[in-house]
Design a protein. Structure first.
Length: 92
């Protein structure tokens, strides 16, 4: 595991087999209330330093998650490659 200079769990990463560094702690968006998840994602990225957002198509909130990520990128000056967004497709 690798700690960044902030030395906290939100920035701690795990190196994957391909060399990619994945943040180990992420904001989960499952069962997030409509109209609240966009702000939660924005706040997590801009105000608390999260760099990993966990999402899934089946949650039905991908539009709001995407809007929160896009707002956060615009306002924070981060680049998309600074974030890890986990997305899952469920086959039912």
């Amino acid at each position: 595991f690798f700690f960044s200079e902030e030395n906290n769990l939100k920035t701690m990463t795990k190196k994957l087999n391909d060399g990619t560094e994945m943040p180990i702690l992420g904001l989960g968006t499952w069962q997030s209330k409509p109209k609240e998840v966009e702000e939660a994602v924005y706040h997590a990225i801009c105000k608390t330093g999260y760099r990993h957002i966990d999402a899934a198509q089946i949650y039905g909130n991908q539009d709001e998650v995407g809007t929160g990520v896009n707002r956060a990128l615009k306002d924070s000056g981060l680049k998309r490659e600074d974030l890890w967004v986990t997305s899952k497709i469920w086959i039912l």
